[in-house]
Design a protein around this ligand. Structure first.
Ligand code: ZN
Length: 133
């Protein structure tokens, strides 16, 4: 599969040796979600200068009485490493703006209103001439 590393932006073809996906059935008896399962995906970057790993976890459902945690019906998805989908930013962008961007990306899936506030702050700084000065 084609994949772009979230740490170094290097586009690469991922081999089976650099990609793993594991499933786990979570039997807690009766719940409105029924037959929960977790899927964990890990991809390793082949760029030797980066050598990072991307880790994501998803919650879904499995078939009743599944012993292997067969995964279906995606419910939620979480970025574990890196914590967000933020792209690395060049140092030409002021550090405060980069930090605001990284923070906004971290929380965008959890709190859309907080992201809106963070981007409003960035626009305010831009209007005050703090960006790209
Ligand atoms: Zn990388």
């Amino acid at each position: 599969m084609k994949w772009q590393c979230p740490f170094c932006n290097h586009i690469q073809t991922v081999t089976d040796a650099k990609s793993k996906e594991k499933y786990l059935a979570l039997d807690v008896g009766s719940s409105k979600h029924k037959n929960l399962a977790i899927a964990a995906q890990v991809v390793g970057c082949s760029n030797p200068e980066c050598d990072e790993v991307q880790v994501r976890v998803s919650i879904g459902r499995t078939w009743e009485n599944s012993q292997h945690g067969d995964y279906r019906d995606h419910i939620e998805h979480f970025n574990i490493r890196p914590l967000s989908t933020a792209k690395p930013q060049p140092e030409i962008i002021p550090e405060t703006i980069r930090e605001d961007y990284y923070e906004a990306c971290k929380i965008k899936d959890l709190s859309p209103q907080s992201v809106s506030d963070a981007f409003s702050q960035m626009h305010t700084r831009n209007d005050q001439g703090l960006l790209f000065s």
